[in-house]
Design a protein around this ligand. Structure first.
Ligand code: NAP
Length: 285
C-alpha cells in the first residue's frame, strides 16, 4: 500500500513515524509531501517517511491512500490540486480539526473513482512542527472518522485500517456533531482560557501581585492559552457557528454561578460545584 502524507508537521510527521513503525512485514510505503525541500531530508532522517518530494502531483501518483495534514485552510485547496492526479480507487482523508465544511466540499471535489473520508485525531500538543512529532502521539487516543451517506464502505474500511495502525481508538460521528463536540471540549475551552488570562492582563488594579500569586490552579486552568495562536485562529474561523453556540451555553452556565454567588447561599453554591465535580470525575476518573 502506498500512503502519501501531504504536510509533514506535528500531525503528518507523527502519522509517518507511527506508520513506519507499524509497517514491519506489511507492504507499506510512506511518501512524504511537504512544502519545503529541507523537510524531506528532516523527515527521512527521523524515519517518518520512506521517500519524499515537494512535487504534490508526483507525491500522490500511484498512492492508494492520501492523508492531507496541512493547516486547515489549505486542506480543500490541496485536495482540488491533487484531484486530477489521483489514481482510480484512491482514498483521501484529512486530519483537520473541524469537519462539516471540509467534508461537504471534499465529497464534491474528489474525482469519480476516488473517495474521501473525513478524519480528526483527537491528539495534539501545544507545540507543533515536525520536530515535535512522535510515533506514540495517537496511541490509545480517539480518532474521529466522519463518514456520511455518500461515503464508500470500502474507502471507510481502508481509513479504519490506517487508523488502526496508529494505535488509535476509532469513533464515527456525523461531521456536524463532530464540530459541536470539538467546540465544546476543545475550541470553546481555548476561548475561555484566553479570556481568563486576558482578564488578569487587563486588571485595573493588582496585576503584578496577581501574576506573582498565580499558582498551579491558574496554570492548569489556562494551559491551553499557551498554544500556537495560529491553531486557535483556525478553530474559531472554521468552526465559528458551533463555537458561538457553545460560548453562549458557557455564558449561561457562568451566569448561573454568578447568580448563586450574588445570592450567597452556601448550600446552593455547594450543589452547583458538586455537580461539576461529579461530572468531571466521571470523565477523568
Ligand atoms: P504544523 O505542525 O504546523 O504542520 C503543518 C505542516 O503543513 C507544516 O509542516 C507545513 O510546512 C506544511 N504545509 C504548509 N503548507 C503546505 C503545502 N501547501 N503543502 C504541503 N505542506 C504544507 O501543524 P499540525 O499541528 O501538524 O496541524 C496540521 C493539521 O492537523 C491541521 O489541519 C490541524 O487542524 C490538524 N490537527 C492538529 C492538531 C494539533 O494539536 N496540532 C490536532 C489534531 C488535528 P512548513 O513546515 O514548511 O511550514
Amino acid at each position: 500500500m502506498r500512503i502519501a502524507i501531504i504536510g509533514l508537521g506535528l500531525i503528518g510527521g507523527s502519522i509517518g513515524l507511527a506508520l513506519k513503525r507499524a509497517s514491519g512485514d506489511r507492504d507499506l510505503r510512506v511518501i512524504g509531501v511537504p512544502r519545503r525541500e529541507e523537510t524531506v531530508g528532516k523527515a527521512l532522517s527521523i524515519g517518518a517517511i520512506d521517500e519524499g518530494t515537494t512535487d504534490t502531483k508526483k507525491g500522490v501518483e500511484g498512492a492508494d491512500l492520501v492523508l492531507i495534514c496541512t493547516p486547515i485552510n489549505l486542506i480543500l485547496p490541496v485536495l482540488k490540486d491533487i484531484a486530477p492526479h489521483l489514481k482510480a480507487g484512491a482514498v483521501v482523508t484529512d486530519v483537520g480539526s473541524s469537519k462539516a465544511e471540509i467534508v461537504s466540499q471534499a465529497e464534491r471535489a474528489v474525482p469519480k473513482g476516488a473517495y474521501f473520508v473525513g478524519g480528526h485525531p483527537m491528539a495534539g500538543k501545544e507545540k507543533v512542527k515536525l520536530e515535535e512529532a512522535e510515533a506514540d502521539l495517537f496511541k490509545g487516543r480517539i480518532y474521529v472518522l466522519t463518514p456520511t451517506s455518500r461515503t464508500s464502505k470500502k474507502a471507510l474500511e481502508k481509513v479504519r485500517y490506517l487508523v488502526g495502525l496508529l494505535g488509535s481508538r476509532i469513533m464515527e460521528m456525523d461531521p456536524k456533531l463532530h464540530d459541536l463536540v470539538v467546540a465544546a471540549v476543545s475550541h470553546m475551552p481555548l476561548a475561555v482560557a484566553a479570556a481568563l488570562v486576558n482578564t488578569v492582563e487587563f486588571a485595573e488594579k493588582g496585576k503584578d501581585e496577581m501574576m506573582r500569586c498565580a499558582a498551579s490552579g491558574f496554570r492548569d486552568t489556562t494551559r491551553i492559552a499557551s498554544g500556537d495562536p495560529a491553531l486557535g485562529v483556525d478553530m474559531f474561523t472554521t468552526n465559528k457557528s458551533s463555537v458561538l453556540k457553545m460560548l453562549s451555553a458557557f455564558k449561561k452556565s457562568l451566569g448561573r454561578i454568578e447568580k448563586l454567588i450574588k445570592e450567597g447561599d452556601p448550600k446552593k453554591i455547594e450543589k452547583e460545584l458538586e455537580l461539576a465535580k461529579i461530572f468531571r470525575d466521571s470523565i477523568y476518573g
